[in-house]
Design a protein around this ligand. Structure first.
Ligand code: ZN
Length: 143
């Protein structure tokens, strides 16, 4: 049996209590709404992009601890990254969450995100962890 502690690690609880980059971004250039109907997680992701660099990113909304911590960790990875780096980070994250034994180690910048790997033990919650990242990617492709 999977230990529930695997799911609610300290880092996740910390980011849930004090999420990074939380709140609306007023001068955004890109925005997308994300919704996970299986859990009720709902977030808006705001991006400010200049010369293919994500100079600022914020999110607002509400949902479970996993979804909020994942969005918070994501904003820390993405802030200051180029669009190309962002796409690569999404691929690393997606791979980490969907492949049983990912071949590639996460880049240094994403090391904290690996705490979410424990969520794979709880398949119903994977969408909570991936919501913010999918919202990010659709925000980038729409505009
Ligand atoms: Zn959730």
């Amino acid at each position: 049996m999977s230990d529930i502690k695997t799911l609610y690690q300290e880092l996740i609880l910390d980011h849930n209590r004090n999420p990074s980059n939380f709140g609306k971004l007023d001068d955004y250039t890109h925005m997308e709404e994300g919704f996970n109907p299986t859990c009720g997680d709902r977030y808006n992701v705001y991006l400010k992009i200049e010369n293919d660099v994500i100079v600022d990113i914020r999110f607002e909304g509400s949902g479970c601890a996993i979804s909020k911590a994942s969005a918070s960790l994501m904003t820390n990875c993405i802030k200051g990254a180029t669009l190309e780096e962002t796409r690569k980070m999404f691929e690393f994250f997606h791979n980490m969450m969907t492949v049983e034994s990912p071949k590639n180690e996460l880049p240094e910048k994403m090391s904290k995100v690996s705490v979410l790997q424990g969520v794979k033990e709880f398949p119903a919650r994977i969408k909570c962890a991936t919501l913010a990242w999918h919202t990010l990617v659709s925000a980038l492709e729409i505009n």
